[in-house]
Design a protein around this ligand. Structure first.
Ligand code: GTP
Ligand code: SPV
Ligand code: MN
Length: 589
């Protein structure tokens, strides 16, 4: 008798009409075969996969996406609850029946002549009580190989899926890649993601943002846990004690850098657990426990170097676990090595840009696309935490919320309590980046870095955060950070990267009750003498500038936050509005 999974796959095949169906077993041999086939499959800008210099970049391959398909497309992303109200102003909405009719029309025959890959996968360790079994179908071998890096894909997942019907379903087809026929739609009540017309990242690797955040945040709301856009890391202090923290930052605002940081502060080191997604559950001990449901990085390439992120460079060159993919980076045709802006060493004389066109230093356009990325197994990380595969996860002592703000937001602020911490998360803003299609560099509100990823009404989500705090007998402390404040000349004041450990040290000192803090209208900030910065070439005035609270600027900020909160009407928790009003009163004087 056919299992529920087999039945679902057959049903999808009747719509998509592929030439053949390939059930992926998740073995390395299978991935290598797909890479081999892809090297002989020509498309608009070259083959699907190009083998890179295997001596210097073991197991690495280059993929070029369609030039119109280089980032998530938020305007084409929908969350289809039965009621528009539950999707909230933060999501595009279509009535589920209408959405499914539209998608069925676009998907009919969409895999004609192609192979349909069936990907059984787990998000989370198979032994974890928090893990979820999922299935995705796709007609892209690039997506199939990527999913093997990013998730636990294969027979074990299929075993878990066998006798059940509650698995998460993902239908993915690149369709004709036309942006006019591109949709990424979520049906939370059916545990279903349906994506057509894009082969890129979060639009196509459905285990990532689509399931592990949009659908999972909704599951978390109903089941009493949180799915968050967060890094997870352990920080070992000079005594050898490890403190685990989580951090939410919007796309391309430094999560990957932070998660793998090489500390610039002696005696401290980082143990990496995750760079993008955290599932947070309340443990039997009343603490918050985090797992990373993923097993890989889909990281931003430009700016990654031995200076900014040496551990990522080592990860990319390790080649121990699974092939590594580079997407939309430039190629040095002489050495057959990948290249991107910010990579160490001189700029090569001749390159092929991300679209495969000849490129010279001084060319107007960038050689690598600003959102070019690598997909690499987390098991290649030299700083991988020994707890990574612990099915229970790690206990979290602090949560940090960070955004990219050139002005206003201090380097670090501690919340007065959990509720105020939720307010710090809810009021977050960040300057937009290349990770999503659209204008870059304008401030938009991005609560908990979840604006594009929360699968339901953000007002309801804030209430869920407040409720979670009530259920935690030992809640983590909550902080806000900002590495991106600039001076009059527009230069970053804070050196950032490995130096961020100096801020994390203060956070840990606060968690352990080792240092006092100074109360301001926007929260608790450090006494400057408690920050270890003596060996930094950072004059005291500059350091003070990082904590400057300009009342006139904050008034504008308060107004913007109010306008944002207003959209959520009756769903907006009173407690957060109270904090906004208290802040407003405080900055008025
Ligand atoms: P997603 O994968 O899109 O979710 O992004 P991410 O948050 O993991 O972003 P990532 O770590 O790749 O950050 C990318 C950008 O942030 C690069 O341009 C980095 O140079 C910059 N960046 C990271 N950390 C710092 C920092 O401490 N200071 C400054 N000034 N820039 C930073
Ligand atoms: C992000 O944009 O936050 C990413 C990349 O991590 S994507 O997988 O495309 O969402
Ligand atoms: Mn992300």
């Amino acid at each position: 008798m056919a299992t529920a999974v087999e039945e679902w796959v057959e049903e999808q095949a009747r719509v998509a009409q592929p030439a053949r169906i390939h059930w992926c077993d998740g073995t390395e041999g299978e991935a290598l075969r797909l890479l081999e086939i892809g090297q002989n499959e020509e498309r608009l800008n070259g083959p699907v996969f190009i083998e890179l210099n295997q001596k210097k970049w073991p197991k690495a391959f280059l993929h070029r996406s369609h030039p119109t398909d280089v980032a998530r497309t938020e305007h084409l992303t929908y969350v289809c609850h039965p009621s528009r109200e539950m999707s909230g102003p933060n999501n595009n909405w279509m009535e589920p029946g209408e959405a499914k009719r539209l998608l069925t029309r676009l998907s009919t025959g969409c895999m004609k002549g192609r192979t349909m890959y069936v990907l059984p996968y787990m998000m989370g360790h198979p032994d974890s009580p928090y893990a979820k079994a999922c299935i995705q179908i796709t007609d892209s071998s690039y997506v199939a190989v990527s999913m093997r890096i990013m998730t636990r894909l294969g027979k074990q997942a299929l075993e878990k899926l066998k006798n059940r019907n509650d698995f998460v379903r993902g239908f993915h087809s690149i369709g004709d890649l036309s942006p006019r026929r591109r949709f990424i739609m979520h049906f939370p009540d059916d545990n279903l993601v349906w994506s057509i017309g894009s082969g890129y990242g979060g639009n196509a690797l459905l285990g990532k943002k689509c399931f592990s955040l949009r659908i999972a945040s909704w599951l978390g709301y109903r089941q009493g846990w949180l799915a968050e856009h967060m890094v997870i890391m352990g920080i070992e202090d000079p005594q050898g004690e490890i403190t685990y923290i989580c951090g939410a930052f919007p796309s391309a605002c430094g999560k990957t850098n932070l998660a793998m940081m090489e500390s610039a502060l002696g005696g401290y080191r980082v143990w990496t657990l995750g760079d993008d997604i955290a599932w947070l559950n309340i443990g039997p001990d009343g603490r918050l426990w985090a797992i990373n449901p993923e097993t890989g990085y889909f990281g931003v390439a430009p700016g990654t170097s031995m200076v900014s992120n040496p551990n990522m460079m080592r990860t990319l060159r390790r080649g121990l676990f699974t092939p590594t993919l580079f997407t939309n980076v430039a190629l040095n045709p002489e050495t057959n090595e990948p290249w991107w802006e910010g990579l160490d060493g001189p700029v090569p004389e001749k390159l092929l840009d991300w679209q495969g066109r000849p490129w010279k230093p001084g060319s107007k356009e960038k050689a690598a696309h600003p959102n070019s990325r690598f997909t690499v197994s987390i098991y290649n990380t030299p700083t991988l935490s020994p707890e990574f595969d612990n099915p229970r996860g790690v206990p979290i002592s602090a949560i940090i919320f960070g955004g990219r703000r050139g002005h206003l937001i201090p380097l670090v602020v501690e919340s007065f309590d959990w509720t105020h911490g939720v307010f710090l998360g809810a009021r977050m803003g960040s300057e937009t980046t290349a990770a999503a299609a659209g204008e870059v560099g304008i401030v938009r509100r991005d609560p908990m870095a979840m604006l594009p990823f929360c699968g339901y009404n953000l007002g309801v989500y804030f209430r869920h955060w407040l409720n979670m705090g009530q259920r935690l007998s030992r809640p983590p402390k909550i902080f806000s950070v900002n590495w991106f404040r600039v001076d009059e000349d527009g230069r970053f004041i804070w050196p950032g990267f490995g130096h961020n450990m100096r801020v994390l040290k203060w956070i840990i000192d606060r968690v352990k009750g080792r240092v006092p803090a100074r109360e301001t209208p926007v929260g608790l900030i450090p006494y400057l003498e408690d920050l270890v910065v003596d060996d930094l070439n950072l004059p005291r005035e500059k350091l003070a500038k990082l904590f400057e609270i300009k009342m006139s600027e904050w008034k504008k900020e308060v107004e913007e936050i109010r306008q944002f909160f207003k959209q959520y009407g009756q769903h907006m928790p009173r407690e957060l509005l109270d904090h906004l009003e208290a802040m407003e009163r405080a900055v008025r004087i």
